[in-house]
Design a binder for this molecule. Structure first.
Ligand code: PEP
Length: 251
C-alpha cells in the first residue's frame, strides 16, 4: 500500500438488493466507525436504492455510489440514468467501464471516457474499471490490454481527487480466483508508471483499487501489496460482516 494514499473499499452490489437490503446497509453503517481508521467505505447499490441509502448514510462513515451512468445529462434515452440524476439521489462516486458493462453492453473505451467526464460534470468521482480477460492473459497480452484501456478510458484532466482506477482481471471476478500477490504488484506497478507519466503528481497520488474475488480471507494479503490502494468488491460486499472485515484487512 502506498503510504500516503488512504485506502478505499468500494462495494459493487451489481443487480442485487431490494428495499429489504436496507437492513444489511444499516449493519454496515453501524460497523463503519470501527474501520474508519483503516479505509474510506463506499457502497454502490442498484440505482433504485441510492436515494434511500444516501439518506440513511447522511453524516455516517459510508458513502453511497452508483454503478454506471449515461454520458448525457438528459434527453431521449429510455431506461438510462444521467450522472446528474445519480448525484441528485446522493451518489458521490460512479463506477464506469465495469467489465460486465463492457461485455454485456459492448461499451468501448471511448464511451467509458465520456461517462467518466459525465461523472465529473455531475460533481462525483469516477471509478474507472480496467482488466484483461482469461484469453488475453493466456495470450500474454495483459499489460497491452491494461495500457490500452487506461489510455482510452481515462480522460485528460484526471486527478487524484476526481478519479479512481480499479484493476479487475475479468477472470477473477466472481470466480474465487485471484492473481498472485506478485502478479498484482507487477500490474499495479505498471499502472502507477502509466498514471505518473500521464498525470504527474496526480498519477502518483491516484488510488488504484484491486478487484476480483476479494474476501475477508485474502484481503489483508492483497491490500498489503505495493500500489494497491483499496479494493472494489462484488459478492463479498453484500454482507456487512464480510465488507467490514475486508476493510479491517487494510494495513
Ligand atoms: C466486481 O464485480 O467488481 C467484483 C470484483 O466482483 P467479485 O468481488 O464478486 O469478484
Amino acid at each position: 500500500m502506498t503510504d500516503a494514499i488512504r485506502p478505499l473499499i468500494a462495494g459493487n452490489w451489481k443487480m442485487n438488493g431490494l428495499k429489504a437490503a436496507a437492513a444489511e446497509f444499516d449493519a454496515m453503517l453501524n460497523g463503519a466507525a470501527e474501520v474508519a481508521g483503516k479505509a474510506d467505505l463506499l457502497v454502490c447499490p442498484p440505482a433504485t436504492l441510492i436515494a434511500a441509502f444516501a439518506d440513511k448514510a447522511h453524516g455516517k462513515k459510508v458513502a453511497v455510489g452508483a454503478q454506471d451512468c449515461h454520458p448525457k445529462a438528459s434527453g431521449a434515452h429510455t431506461g438510462d440514468i444521467a450522472a446528474e440524476m445519480l448525484a441528485d439521489a446522493g451518489a458521490t462516486a460512479i463506477i464506469v467501464g465495469h467489465s460486465e458493462r463492457r461485455a454485456d453492453h459492448g461499451e468501448s473505451d471511448a464511451l467509458i471516457r465520456q461517462k467518466a467526464e459525465a461523472v465529473w460534470r455531475a460533481g462525483a468521482v469516477a471509478i474507472v474499471c480496467i482488466g484483461e480477460t482469461q484469453a488475453q492473459r493466456d495470450a500474454g497480452q495483459t499489460l497491452d490490454i491494461v495500457r490500452g484501456q487506461l489510455n482510452g478510458s481515462l480522460p485528460d484532466g484526471s486527478t487524484a481527487a476526481n478519479l479512481v482506477v480499479a484493476y479487475e482481471p475479468v477472470w477473477a471476478i466472481g470466480t474465487g480466483l485471484t492473481p498472485t500477490s506478485e502478479d498484482v504488484e507487477q500490474i499495479h506497478g505498471f499502472i502507477r508508471e502509466l498514471l505518473t507519466s500521464r498525470f504527474k503528481a496526480d498519477g502518483v497520488a491516484m488510488r488504484i483499487l484491486y478487484g476480483g474475488s476479494v474476501k475477508p480471507s485474502n484481503a489483508a494479503e492483497l491490500m498489503a501489496v505495493k500500489n494497491v490502494n483499496g479494493a472494489l468488491v462484488g459478492g463479498a460486499s453484500l454482507k456487512a460482516a464480510d465488507f467490514l472485515a475486508i476493510a479491517k484487512g487494510c494495513p
